[in-house]
Write a protein that binds this ligand. Structure first.
Ligand SMILES: [Zn+2]
Length: 223
């Protein structure tokens, strides 16, 4: 998201909840960083993430090291170098740093934990809520190239109208295997219609959302 182009593309996912809500480790790992970012820069400015934790996950992926970054915390329960179990409480939701309301900002970084540009979409990396699944896809022009900043609408029988924008630039890296340019998570298990309008032409595809899995769809401009 960019708030209609006002902000640089967002590199993580925001999960709103009340201040003090426990935050748990998404997997086993070692604490790479715990503290604030007033003196150490993890983005493009200091005091961006506020109180933050970076976990170096034990699992590797395709030969890459994986890091989970948690930001805007109200409290931190872990120290640098400490090992944590999956599901272990590591801190609590807050609004420290550049936050306008209490929420968790979660990022997944590959190989370079200090590098703001080494992110992948975290919605591919945490387990969906029970009975819900994830939809990933590609919106392509007629040459087969990603269309940036494209509105994608997901219409489902629960009456929900969900929408997401495709990645705004090449700095939002697709997953190496899935090669998506949008992701929408926590959709209940059902058949939904995925729609996008490309130069006045509506493209549409139905897709079965499966609990705890990633469904995939491609919409490509014809001609
Ligand atoms: Zn955020």
């Amino acid at each position: 998201m960019t708030w209609d182009g006002l902000l640089a593309p967002h590199r993580g996912v925001d999960l709103a909840n009340e201040t003090g809500t426990p935050i748990v480790a998404i997997d086993q790992g070692t604490v790479y960083y715990a503290g604030d970012d007033s003196t150490q820069n993890f983005a493009f400015i200091n005091n961006f993430y506020g109180n933050m934790i970076i976990l170096h996950l034990n699992q590797q992926w395709q030969g890459h090291s994986l890091f989970a970054l948690y930001a805007h915390l109200s409290s931190i329960d872990v120290d640098i170098g400490q090992t944590v179990d999956s599901g272990e409480k590591i801190g609590a939701i807050g609004e420290s740093g550049a936050a306008m309301a209490p929420h968790l900002h979660l990022e997944i970084r590959i190989d370079e934990p200090d590098n703001y540009l080494m992110v992948r979409n975290p919605e591919l990396w945490y387990a969906p809520f029970p009975s819900t699944g994830v939809l990933a896809g590609r919106i392509l022009d007629h040459h087969g190239r990603f269309i940036p900043g494209q509105l994608v609408v997901i219409r489902c029988p629960d009456g929900g109208r969900r929408s997401v924008e495709t990645y705004w630039n090449q700095r939002t890296h697709p997953d190496d295997i899935i090669s998506e340019n949008f992701v929408f998570s926590d959709i209940p298990e059902m058949v939904c219609q995925v729609e996008t309008e490309i130069q006045g032409v509506l493209h549409s595809q139905s897709v079965q959302i499966i609990a705890q899995e990633i469904a995939f769809v491609i919409l490509r401009q014809s001609g």
